[in-house]
Design a binder for this molecule. Structure first.
Ligand code: GLU
Length: 378
């Protein structure tokens, strides 16, 4: 028996709602104020019931490119990095004002938070962002969050707000993360091209079959698509948070969802991980890779730590404490964790018994390459 999305939203104490560019901004780069007013009503209704809400709003680049007259040439041509950064800088002010006006009509105070990937990957900054969000929520303020596109370069950016929203949900222990999009969920095939595409209402596990159903991004301004929504779902559900993909194109999208509008709900895993493991699992930017043998994989699957003896090779330039990917020799991702050794030291001890570490490195480090408390399997 499936629980309808309406009770999930109704019962949620803490919610993250992600709004895609294609909803908030029209084809000409103008903010859809009327639609925004409807959504603001929905937020006010949730706040009146005592729910805490956070908004992850896209649209800065889409709004800014119009202001900067970067629409010329083939419609919606891809912007160069520096152009998108300039567009984001211009558009974000307007976006924040639009939210302030729309929510201010309901006496809701807003706070702007701009995050970079580093703010969620670096543990200290992650904890800092988390405590700021917690304080704002306690004060009854609605955080309006976006990626800090102006300073994020290609290598160090989320690039999509789906995963950013899931990271925020995880960071704040939200009960639900709602992704408002221009589709009402996940289909077994692309409904635009396939007649027998079936809608999936509830997903209990992100299996390879589900992954195969996610196609390429479709809308022009948004950079998400179903692939990043699935990645977002993985981050959220492992944090004990429902993730809902719903169609935001109607007038009062959250009200519609509560009234039973069609959507896809990803159910959280039964036993959420510890906060530390969640942060490891949700990290997006490993600094290196450790390739391990079959014996090590078997040991990891029994819940044991990764020892140097099971390591076949090491690549990347990581330091002690950095996050690394663990792979099998055929390239399959096994998990990720915090390395107890730098890449240089790991290369020296790989394949060796732990008792030889001291003579190989000249100091006595940890027995494990990745301790099981610092390791998350896929
Ligand atoms: N941060 C981008 C913006 O505000 C949107 C990213 C996305 O499309 O998800 O324009």
């Amino acid at each position: 028996m499936t629980t309808p999305a309406r009770s999930r939203i109704g019962d949620a104490h803490r919610l993250v709602v992600k709004i895609g560019s294609a909803l908030l901004v029209d084809e000409d780069g103008a903010i859809r104020h009327r639609w925004l007013a409807g959504l603001a009503q929905d937020f006010a209704a949730l706040r009146a019931r005592g729910s805490e809400v956070m908004i992850v709003s896209s649209g800065a680049i889409a709004v800014g490119r119009r202001q900067l007259n970067l629409q010329r040439g083939p419609r919606n041509r891809a912007l160069r990095l520096e152009e998108s950064q300039a567009a984001a800088a211009t558009g974000q002010i307007r976006l924040a004002h639009a939210w302030q006006n729309a929510l201010g009509k309901h006496d809701l105070a807003v706070a702007q938070i701009l995050l970079t990937l580093d703010d969620t990957e670096n543990r200290r900054r992650y904890l800092n962002a988390r405590s700021t969000l917690a304080t704002l929520l306690k004060l009854g303020v609605v955080p309006v969050i976006n990626e800090n596109d102006t300073i994020a370069t290609d290598e160090i950016r989320f690039g999509d707000n789906d995963r950013l929203a899931a990271r925020v949900a995880q960071m704040t222990s939200a009960d639900a993360c709602i992704i408002l999009s221009d589709v009402d969920g996940l289909y077994s095939a692309d409904p635009a091209t396939s007649d027998d595409a079936e809608h999936l209402a509830e997903i209990t596990a992100i299996t390879p079959r589900i992954e195969a159903m996610a196609g390429a991004p479709r809308s022009a301004d948004g950079s998400g698509g179903m692939v990043t929504k699935l990645e977002a779902a993985r981050i959220a559900i492992e944090a004990g948070c429902h993730l809902i993909i719903a169609d935001g194109r109607t007038g009062n999208p959250l009200k519609a969802l509560e009234a039973g509008a069609r959507c896809t709900t990803f159910l959280p895993v039964a036993t959420p991980r510890t906060a530390r493991k969640l942060w490891i699992a949700g990290s997006l930017n490993p600094t290196g890779e450790i390739v391990v043998d079959a014996g090590a994989i078997a040991a990891l699957q029994e819940g044991r730590s990764l020892l140097p003896a099971g390591i076949v090779s090491v690549c990347g330039d990581f330091q002690r404490g950095d996050l690394v990917l663990v792979r099998a020799t055929d390239g399959t991702a096994i998990g990720r964790g915090l390395s107890a050794y730098s890449a240089a030291d790991a290369a020296l001890i790989c394949g060796h018994k732990s008792r030889d570490i001291e003579s190989l490195l000249g100091y006595r480090g940890r027995e494990e390459m990745i301790h099981r408390d610092d390791l998350v399997l896929r």
